[in-house]
Design a protein around this ligand. Structure first.
Ligand code: OAD
Length: 249
């Protein structure tokens, strides 16, 4: 175990045709976005079934909207950190790069990653549960309480995946396809316990990718990976990208 990329990883990256980064809340931790299951994480203070499930929303939509409105305001303020930026820079150094994220914060896009599959939706989008009309954050945050559809008056919800809900089909299919094609696959900042997203690294592993995990703490994936880089993504990923970049000169 080390915090520094091995020579083998750098060589594999230099020769890779397809690279995938699969990310979780840890990649945004250094931007100030709270993680879920770490000490002090969101799910140590709040109940997921109350705030992130359809049953919880039906029971108390005001509470759920109060929480999402607060999260939307926090996430509008945060900025990509060196980990997001390194992944965005990596796409210029390899022929094909995809980011598969469980995060809803949009920070990979904002850092400049162009191919991003958002498995759990996006905090930046909302839709009417009756007619499907899309609503911007500005539109919903202008209303007080539970926002109503500007078209049909139905209830608007955040376009995020709640517990018990299906993942967006196209994003999921694209993520599975990209993982099966990857030569090098990074799993970054995820505890790897929420399925089906947590099966993504195993698809890449089974298909023969070189699997690298970046996380300060071991996870259920750690013993299966080819390389475990222990530490914060904002320190480790920039070193990988910098070294890869200087080798290409
Ligand atoms: P978790 O909170 O479960 O895990 C965060 C992971 O990030 C942990 O393994 C930490 O050790 C690691 N971590 C913390 N700081 C880090 C850093 N600076 N660099 C790298 N890693 C760091 O978050 P997720 O695995 O993303 O789902 O959680 C998966 C899903 O559970 C979320 O998408 C969300 C949640 O409930 C939904 O809302 C549907």
């Amino acid at each position: 175990m080390s915090a520094h990329p091995s020579r083998e990883l750098l060589e594999r990256l230099a020769g890779a045709r397809r690279v995938v980064a699969f990310t979780g809340a840890g990649v945004s931790a250094e931007s100030g976005v709270p993680t879920f299951r770490t000490t002090d994480g969101i799910w140590t203070k709040f109940k997921p079934e109350e705030l992130a499930s359809m049953e919880g929303f039906m029971r108390n939509p005001e509470l759920v909207w109060e929480w999402y409105a607060a999260r939307k305001r926090i996430m509008a303020e945060v900025r990509p950190n060196p980990a997001h930026e390194a992944l965005a820079r990596m796409q210029a150094l390899v022929p094909h790069m995809a980011v598969i994220t469980q995060n809803i914060d949009g920070l990979h896009h904002r850092a400049g990653s162009t191919l991003v599959y958002e498995l759990h939706g996006s905090i930046e989008r909302n839709y009417c549960m009756r007619c499907g009309r899309r609503h911007s954050n500005d539109e919903v945050l202008r209303q007080t309480g539970v926002p109503c559809c500007l078209g049909c008056g139905g209830t608007v919800r955040p376009d995020v995946v709640w517990f018990g809900e299906q993942l967006p089909e196209e994003e999921w299919n694209n993520a599975v396809h990209a993982s099966g094609m990857a030569d090098v696959f990074f799993s970054v900042g995820t505890s790897g316990v929420v399925y089906p997203a947590a099966s993504i690294p195993f698809i890449a592993l089974d298909a023969g990718a070189y699997i690298v995990e970046v996380n300060p703490e071991p996870t259920p994936l750690t013993e299966k990976v080819h390389e475990y880089l222990q530490g914060p993504a904002g320190s480790i990923l920039p070193v990988i990208v910098h070294t890869l970049d200087s080798r290409k000169l």
